[in-house]
Ligand binder design. Structure first.
Ligand code: IPD
Ligand code: CA
Ligand code: CA
Length: 281
């Protein structure tokens, strides 16, 4: 297969970009699976509290090397080797946004909810996204305007209409310094919704909203956690947005604070609930 070396303008260019991302995510998934199944994981801590394994770094190096070879003029934002967040605001050349392992704590504990996330953005708009879960062998993918699939079959949000019958997911940061406002949000949500799932991978939380296994997801996260999955959810008909403000001029597709993704009918009431719990109004 040949791949375009210039920004993708047409649907077929974008499909080729998505194919490239899918192959990379699958290859990286095989690598991280192999490392857990056959090697002793070597673990370390970033910023004192954040767990990282040798496989996070290996997979990041593998993905970023392949992108640099294929698209030398594109920029890369990746959690482990190129985490410069200011990249999200430079709109001149295409940007790849990578999380080599989303769900590192699950990975280290032997849980299956682990994903490789790869997004491709042009001028701050995410146009292709792949989230591959190697332990369940599930691949979510979307191309801007062309719909979303799970292992090749079209997916759709749950269609939930009532908060009381909605299952929601969220997550919590590694640092424990500012938990109080997050607990207030959780308190409000758990009283109004059916129940909570804490899956441990933001990318999978969002893809699970996209395919109807969950109804609602909200959290504060980094671009690599959600960039690909947010496009997948949007293409599956879910409503994607924020319950807080996106700073003027910042690409909403990459702004991770106060993100809210849900079945369309419950989006506005959840936004209202989370804004009130956050004392935004
Ligand atoms: C984490 C997961 C988790 C979310 C955290 C993220 P990582 O990513 O997505 O679900 O709650 O905020 O940092 O560290 O496993 O790549
Ligand atoms: Ca992550
Ligand atoms: Ca990660």
């Amino acid at each position: 297969m040949t791949h375009p070396t210039h920004p993708a303008d047409t649907g077929s260019d974008l499909s080729a970009i998505t194919d490239f991302a899918e192959q990379l995510a699958r290859d990286a998934g095989a690598l991280i699976r192999h490392e857990r199944d056959t090697n002793t994981l070597r673990t370390d801590y970033k910023h004192q509290t954040e767990l990282v394994t040798h496989a996070d770094v290996l997979a990041d190096e593998f993905i970023t090397r392949a992108i640099r070879e294929q698209f030398p003029d594109h920029r890369i934002l990746s959690e482990e080797t190129m985490p410069d967040l200011s990249q999200a605001e430079h709109l001149d050349t295409p940007l790849w946004v990578i999380d080599p392992i989303d769900g590192t704590v699950n990975y280290a504990y032997g849980h299956p909810q682990v994903a490789v996330s790869i997004a491709y953005a042009e001028r701050g708009r995410v146009r292709a996204g792949v989230v591959h879960a190697p332990f369940s062998d599930e691949t979510f993918r979307a191309t801007d305007g062309l719909g979303a699939t799970l292992n090749g079959a079209a997916i759709r949000h749950s269609g939930a209409t009532e908060l009381r019958q909605s299952l929601f997911a969220t997550g919590f940061p590694y640092t424990k310094d500012h938990l109080a406002p997050l607990i207030r949000r959780l308190d409000a949500m758990i009283h109004q919704c059916r129940d909570l799932r804490r899956i441990g991978s933001a990318a999978l939380d969002i893809c699970w909203v996209a395919c109807g296994r969950l109804d609602i997801y909200y959290e504060n996260v980094s671009p690599w956690d959600f960039a690909a999955a947010r496009l997948i959810a949007r293409e599956a008909g879910a409503t994607v947005g924020h319950f807080g403000e996106v700073p003027e001029g910042y690409p909403a597709d990459l702004w991770g604070r106060d993100i809210l993704i849900s079945s369309p009918a419950v989006w506005a009431p959840v936004r209202q609930l989370l804004r009130a719990a956050s004392e935004y109004e």
